[in-house]
Ligand binder design. Sequence first.
Ligand code: ADP
Length: 186
Amino acid sequence: MKQRLLFLGPPGAGKGTQAEQLAKGRQLLHLSTGDLLRAEVKAGSALGQQAEAVMARGELVSDALVLAIVRSRLERQAEEGGSGWLLDGFPRNLAQAEALERLLAELGQQIEIVVLLELDDSVLLQRLLSRGRADDNEAVIRHRLEVYREQTAPLIRYYQEKGLLEGVDASGPVEAIAARITALLD
Ligand code: ADP
């Protein structure tokens, strides 16, 4: 059973929903950089204050900041002897992917599978518009889709070349998508 997972896909593809369920069911650490950043914003920390405006514009917060968050969580989990994790929303560009690789080498760990959630732009837009989060107005959503295409989508090829990538149709009911993902993991 695969225990070190990465979820990739455009905003609105349902990564968070699927990741949360799967992580709970399999006792994996669910590491969502978006959720962690929103928690920092809510807490009003220095880090949160730095991230807030960037997130509201639909841009990516700095690699160093995101990496520091991921590093501390993965290191802590390794110390505690926890085995599995599911990264959701990270890495989001090539620099982050390379930094992750170095971090995992330090920890003696490896990604076992990268699940790509695939969905049409028109459906993504509808889903995001109905979600109503602070960064979910139409102009910002379009910008996030652009940022995804330019910065994150190149990771598809990156992980394909490593033989780690599996695509999943992310349309339809939540349970159907979950079943498609589960079928790839055992
Ligand atoms: P979505 O999947 O809908 O794009 P997320 O919750 O994953 O939403 O991310 C929301 C915002 O948080 C992003 O638009 C970005 O500003 C910031 N963010 C999340 N993860 C990262 C990351 N790995 N690197 C840089 N910024 C990030």
